[in-house]
Write a protein that binds this ligand. Structure first.
Ligand SMILES: C[S@@+](CC[C@H](N)C(=O)[O-])C[C@H]1O[C@@H](n2cnc3c(N)ncnc32)[C@H](O)[C@@H]1O
Length: 360
């Protein structure tokens, strides 16, 4: 064993290796924050649409200040995302990289998820306070949260609705075509429900969410789409106890950070008519840390849990189960709520989540 002072018992080789790893982590974290900036400013989309171009040309196309664009490009080049030709001072985004970095990207736009990293930085002082006091937070503490969440779920939920999600529930498309009542609990900006309402004009759609700003956006979008079969309402689902008024209930990543997930699931079951179905998407990690070591993006999910999901639940007076409350916990709650049949699915397009189809 090599010896390094002032830690004479340390394995110096292992310590140096870990130092390298730390440098890599910090470097990648900075890149992720800048990917978020590039996404918000449309810079990846601009680059993808251009042949190799100078920073002046890229900045002009994006209507941005060249000095900042050049500095951002340098970060993207040194992180291996953008290629630079020093002879011509031109930059290009390889098509293979654009395939997961631009709006409408065929592999899904990973830059959308980088926004979670930027948001963590934006709210760090608030996070420090929660650790020091044990208090919770509220949605108003997170700038742009609903917009980021809508972009996130547009990829895992809305874009996948007809190809991957409705097929999980045999017979539901025919019932939606005939005309049924549908609830989306914790609907956020409502894009999934709007897509359903457009596809199935005979059915009636209701979206409830705690946050008035998300509901405002959802309502505006539904109006712009000219839909008469959908309504959104700002509503706290804590204690939700509407009885037998829906045939199909959905919740997309909207249970684990509630005040009382168990009571909500019970309430959603009670709101179903006989023969009703509940389709629930939630985070697919395990309740046991040791099972999550190889779970995709587990560190990101635990980080989101520290900064958002746990304090949001605590802030509502809840238990703070956290993002990794576990599919086992969710499944047990569905059984305890009295669902007669519960099926669990993991879908290739959405490896971070688990999908439950629960029938009354
Ligand atoms: C992670 S977001 C998911 C939003 C949306 N389903 C989507 O997939 O984009 C969780 C949503 O649950 C809503 N929510 C949290 N607590 C709630 C409560 N007590 N009552 C109603 N909605 C709540 C939040 O406002 C937020 O929009």
């Amino acid at each position: 064993m090599n010896q390094i002072t002032p830690f004479p018992t340390v394995d110096a080789t292992a310590a140096e290796r870990f130092l390298d790893r730390m440098c890599e982590i910090i470097d990648h974290g900075a890149t992720a924050a800048m990917i978020s900036v590039g996404h918000r400013l449309g810079l990846f989309d601009t680059l993808a649409a251009l042949p190799p171009a100078t920073s002046e040309k890229i900045a002009a196309e994006a209507a941005l200040a060249e000095r900042y664009v050049r500095e951002w490009l340098a970060c993207m080049v040194t992180s291996g995302i953008v290629r630079y030709d020093p002879a011509h001072r031109t930059y290009r985004l390889p098509a293979e990289h654009a395939a997961c970095l631009i709006r409408g990207a065929p592999l899904g736009n990973m830059a959308v998820f980088a926004q979670h990293i930027a948001l963590m930085g934006a709210v760090q002082d608030r996070t420090l306070a929660t650790f020091q006091t044990g208090e919770g937070t509220s949605y108003g503490d997170y700038p742009c949260f609903h917009q980021i969440m809508a972009e996130d779920s547009a990829q895992t939920v809305t874009d996948a609705l007809f190809e991957h999600l409705l097929p999980l529930v045999p017979g539901i498309e025919a019932r939606l075509e005939a005309g049924i009542d549908v609830l989306d609990a914790g609907c956020g900006q409502g894009s999934a429900l709007i897509a359903l309402a457009e596809r199935f004009p005979q059915s009636r759609f209701t979206g409830y969410d705690l946050c008035a700003d998300a509901i405002e956006t959802a309502t505006r979008r539904a109006r712009a789409a000219g839909l008469g079969n959908i309504r959104f309402e700002t509503r706290d689902l804590t204690g939700f106890a509407d009885r037998a008024c829906f045939d199909f209930v959905t919740s997309f990543d909207a249970v684990h950070d509630q005040k009382d997930p168990e009571a909500l699931i019970r309430g959603l079951k009670g709101a179903l008519r006989p023969g009703g179905v509940y389709l629930m998407q939630d985070i697919g990690g395990s309740a046991k840390l040791e099972n999550n070591l190889a779970f995709p993006m587990a560190s990101l999910l635990y980080a989101i849990s520290c900064v958002h999901c746990t304090p949001i639940s605590l802030g509502q007076g809840g238990k703070g189960l956290g993002t990794m409350w576990g599919w086992e916990t969710a499944e047990a709650m569905l059984h305890e709520a009295g669902f007669g049949q519960v099926r669990r699915h993991v879908l290739p397009h959405d490896p971070l989540n688990v999908w439950f189809v629960a029938r009354v």
